[in-house]
Design a protein. Structure first.
Lengths: 210, 189
């Protein structure tokens, strides 16, 4: 097809009134989703304001004020966790038909079917003891809020001493402990990070907030 | 059930039904955002790719050239994944046939190529939006194959005037696009 004809066809397809109408609708749907997110943020802002007001009132009572540090700690660890936790990125590629379990595990992980992914990666680990699979299993457990199972998996990865994944397991173990509010253990673990650790800055940042 | 959901989605896209399209966004987009984030992108990148995919499916449906033989989710994942790899220039990872769960996903190279023309379309949109409102209206109706007489009626004008207007507007649009240095760059690819 000549360039002129191609351009004509592209313009015709892109700027037909029905396509423009569709794009307008898609923009609206996307921005309304963004608005919902903004509203949520507003909502959480309001919630925070209310918490602060309540705390200010409560502070006038000696007994309640004794509990304030604990209240602050509980709320801030949740926030710190939320702002630092993202499931470990999927770096594995789909393989041939012969590796169905692996392909299924990758697909489940990507599509956030974390329980399925956790089972599949645990199965893969039991077959060949590759700690990378266990790291993904741990992450899948963590993402599905099965924190103790996640910790067990991360400890196994750390004990494996597999240099490819030990640091990742340490980082996610720390976050899991944070989620469980096991502050002393988080502090101990993150304080052991060396400056070369891939999450050194993030870990120090968290320690500064605890 | 798979076919039922697919048909529901595709009919919704073909009819530009906001309610169904919103459902598609709610059902499918979060998984795409998650994947893009895990692979170095942002939420806006995912939304951008997703919108291009929907528009592209619409165009193909309109031309009677689209058939979905797998779950919509699997298809969306593979298309957006390929688009993302193309964007970050990992072209060696692009695949037209892939397995997602129990689904065999086939992407036609034509479809892929069309969506990959995203940068060109962005350029065209920039110049189209710079046209006067009346030019945009005449051209969009003309491109939608609305008859000149009908356009004239809609715009409260004569058919002769609309014909001239359409010619001038299209000429202006094409000239602006061709004069843009980015156009030469993109068409060389």
């Amino acid at each position: 097809m000549s360039n002129e004809r191609k351009l004509d066809r592209q313009l015709e397809e892109e700027f037909a009134s029905d396509v423009l109408d569709l794009r307008k609708k898609l923009d609206k749907i996307q921005s309304s989703e963004a608005l919902v997110e903004k509203d949520n943020t507003k909502g959480s802002g309001k919630t925070l304001k209310l918490i602060f007001i309540s705390l200010a009132v409560a502070a006038s009572f000696a007994l309640v004020s004794m509990l304030l540090p604990q209240l602050f700690t509980t709320s801030s660890t949740g926030e710190i966790y939320a702002s630092n936790y993202e499931p470990y990125p999927m770096a594995l590629n789909q393989r041939g038909d012969a590796e169905k379990i692996l392909n299924d595990a990758i697909a489940a992980y990507i599509s956030q079917k974390y329980q399925v992914a956790a089972d599949a990666f645990t199965e893969l680990y039991s077959q060949n003891e590759d700690a990378l699979y266990l790291l993904y299993a741990g992450n899948a457990y963590q993402a599905s809020e099965q924190y103790n199972k996640a910790l067990t998996a991360y400890d196994q990865v750390i004990n494996s001493a597999d240099a490819r994944v030990v640091e990742q397991a340490q980082w996610y173990k720390g976050l899991t402990l944070l989620k469980l509010n096991r502050i002393d253990e988080v502090q101990k673990l993150f304080n052991e990070f060396e400056e070369t650790h891939y999450k050194y800055d993030e870990a120090m940042n968290i320690l500064a907030k605890l | 059930m798979k076919a039922g959901k697919n048909t529901y989605y595709l009919e919704g896209i073909a009819n530009r039904d906001s309610k169904v399209i919103s459902e598609i966004y709610k059902d499918i987009l979060p998984g795409i955002i998650s994947w893009i984030r895990q692979n170095g992108g942002q939420e806006d990148d995912a939304k951008d790719l997703f919108q291009e995919m929907i528009v592209s499916i619409y165009k193909k449906l309109k031309a009677g050239e689209f058939e979905l033989t797998c779950k919509f989710w699997s298809y969306a994942l593979v298309v957006c994944r390929n688009l993302w790899f193309a964007k970050i220039r990992k072209t060696d990872r692009i695949s037209y046939v892939e397995q997602v769960d129990d689904d065999r996903v086939e992407i036609s190279p034509g479809m892929q190529e069309e969506i990959e023309q995203k940068e060109q379309l962005k350029l065209y949109r920039k110049h189209f939006q710079a046209l006067s409102e009346s030019c945009q209206k005449v051209l969009s109706l003309f491109f939608a194959k609305v008859k000149m007489a009908e356009i004239a009626e809609k715009m409260d004008s004569s058919e002769g005037y609309i014909k001239k207007k359409k010619f001038k507007c299209k000429e202006e649009l094409v000239n602006k696009i061709k004069a843009d240095p980015l156009f030469a760059e993109l068409t060389e690819i």
